[in-house]
Design a protein around this ligand. Structure first.
Ligand code: MN
Length: 311
């Protein structure tokens, strides 16, 4: 059983109670409220813990996932994340393999991008010498330059961009961001496997963002299964040059899309999800109307609410 618990601030728990006002049932002792929907039973406690149980709790969790503070998530859950049977053999990093990583998931503005890259054993040194590493450790300029260099080397890769309109539509249909990411990785890998035909590989490594079981559950809801030899590992970009290359191509694509969106809007968009972003949201709503956000932002992020403080 996965830990379906979020720790949420009191104002969000209040929002939830309003949101579920049509579905409230009698609350157990110590609870603020309990609601029952078609997908889950949601119980909020005075401690700030909110428990999601039932047949499809992820549907309800998706509505609130970005409101939970990551630092508040139980340590146990995070530690157990890497403790699974689909960890890669250490020999994978030095042999032919595929790596997949995403970008834009924590940024209020801009799309989610996923890139996966096929690296052959004899290319590993070349890529290391180029300076390929975790994109989070590189400046935007370096990311853009290295992405071009990887592509010029004709290293096989595939890139998917989930634009904001589609993201917001899926989110409103009940998709969690986790499910979107899983399906993007899955399709990117599928496309790359087609591209490389029968080229040999020792494994496919996904930079882990949820447990393999949860990932498998996400793709199973769309009648998909894992490709053979798929592995999961957190911080994979620090170990696998293929994942690192994927992280660079995905980030470069995200930055490129942000530039395009900024140009179309005539407003330079900000990365991340800080209070500067909240202020910018308020300005965009004032200048261009709320609907503009649908084409450039992940509107379910708590920032949309927080922007009200600046209006
Ligand atoms: Mn990653």
């Amino acid at each position: 059983m996965s830990q379906n618990v979020y720790t949420l601030p009191p104002n969000i728990i209040k929002d939830m109670q309003v949101n579920y006002s049509q579905s409230l049932v009698s609350a157990p002792q110590g609870a603020i409220f309990r609601a029952k929907t078609a997908h889950a039973v949601i119980t909020a406690y005075k401690s700030g813990k909110v428990l999601f149980q039932g047949s499809a709790p992820e549907v309800e969790m998706a509505k609130w996932e970005n409101k939970a503070a990551i630092k508040d998530q139980p340590k146990q859950t995070r530690r157990s994340v890497s403790n699974h049977s689909l960890a890669p053999p250490t020999t994978l990093f030095e042999n032919d393999h595929i790596g997949s990583d995403e970008s834009g998931t924590g940024d209020y503005f801009g799309p989610v991008t996923v890139a996966c890259v096929y690296v052959k054993q004899e290319q590993i040194k070349l890529l290391r010498d180029l300076g390929i590493q975790d994109s989070k450790k590189l400046t935007d300029l370096a990311v853009q330059k290295l992405s071009k260099e990887i592509i010029q080397l004709r290293i096989p890769y595939s890139l998917l961009i989930l634009h904001n309109e589609k993201y917001n539509t899926l989110q409103k249909q009940g998709w969690s961001q986790g499910k979107m990411k899983a399906m993007l990785h899955h399709h990117a890998i599928d496309t790359l496997l087609d591209k490389i035909n029968d080229a040999p590989y020792d494994g496919i490594l996904i930079d882990q963002f949820c447990t393999p079981d949860v990932y498998k559950r996400y793709i199973a809801t769309e009648q998909e299964v894992l490709a053979p030899k798929t592995y999961f590992m957190t911080k994979a970009e620090s170990y696998s040059i293929a994942v690192a290359a994927g992280s660079i191509i995905a980030r470069a694509s995200f930055l490129n899309e942000m530039d395009k969106l900024s140009e179309n809007l005539g407003v330079p968009l900000r990365k991340g999800a800080s209070k500067h972003v909240d202020q910018l949201i308020a300005k965009i709503i004032a200048d261009k109307g709320y609907d503009t956000l649908n084409s450039c932002a992940k509107t379910h992020f708590v920032n949309t609410e927080k922007a009200k403080a600046y209006m």
